[in-house]
Design a protein around this ligand. Sequence first.
Ligand SMILES: Cc1ncc(COP(=O)(O)O)c(C=O)c1O
Length: 394
Amino acid sequence: MSKYHVNEKGYYGPFGGAYVPEMLYPNVEELQQKYLAIMEEDSFKAEFNELLRDYVGRPSPLYYAKRLSEKYKTNVFLKREDLNHTGAHKINNTIGQILLAERLGKKRIIAETGAGQHGVATATVCALKGLECVVYMGEIDIQRQAPNVARMKMMGATVVAAQSGSKTLKDATNEALRDWINNPVDTHYIIGSVVGPHPYPDLVARFQSIISEETRKQLNEKTGKELPDYVLACVGGGSNAAGMFYHFLDEPSVQLIAVEAAGHGVDSGESAATTALGHEGVLHGSRSILMQTPDGQVIEPYSISAGLDYPGIGPQHAWLYKSGRGTYVSITDNEAMEAGLQLTRLEGIIPAIESSHALAQLEKMAFQPEDNVVVCLSGRGDKDLDNYMKYFGF
Ligand SMILES: Cc1ncc(COP(=O)(O)O)c(C=O)c1O
């Protein structure tokens, strides 16, 4: 096994583990003991692959963005996770986890959400399977991602507002963990990113690894080469990036670029640039890097993008950063919004503001004309239209 994957103790280098209250031990332990065996079952694989194909619409295309490539004088490909059912990569993971929950005999599903994409993807698979669904979402995010709140409700989910802290993703995750502690027997918590106690970071990365699995094959079909020179992805907790990196981790010629949200600027006091500002510590059940005060209080993050507005990153990312295998950078609100508009005008694709952060990084890099650069277009911008309109004054 690669040194960039989780070890048998649940760690990535010094990061990871399962730091949970005693009440949650049985749940987390059950998952740890069963997830790999369940994912290996033929019937699980068959159902997962069938749903990815016929329900999600996979494989998602690898699109050669001609005008964007001309602009950056290189070859830019977009991995079109925005074309998935429900509009983002999040559905890859929720399909996997709902099948896991079924096999664990769970009847009730809970989730946290920031941009609402994971909440929608969870509400969707619960409707598909006829399971009860409760989604925790920060009050601020409920306001800035209103279309997704409506979609969740239409699917039959209960959306509960998280009112503490910055009223965003971190606070929603706290509420979801609290719910799980109170309902340990019948409930499965579908975490939406590569965060949380072991085995979540690994199991979410495995479900998202379809992104790089397909990319290798599709790039080979298009260019005769399986390995791109660069892959770029935005990082909130880090699940689309983990999926985009997965099958390239042990290919040193592939540069892995992870893009965090700098908000109003890394030094502005209003940022979510975790690797630039953070230190090692424990958040939401795992040891990683997080933004915290010298005495260990979590610093409230800020980003215009609800999905990147998180003070930590998953433990695998902390390890990729610390080991130097990945390059971690950050992009401000303004840079992301401009990149989102640019993609719209050059390619006729409106990206999610999260994905716009990854696109904005292209501007900062020097490519060779023959390079193959893959950007994970993690989601579509429908949910962000209001924000784009307000920002640009349309
Ligand atoms: C479209 C989109 N991209 C990216 C993210 C960030 O999540 P992650 O870092 O887990 O991919 C989100 C989160 O909601 C999202 O909706």
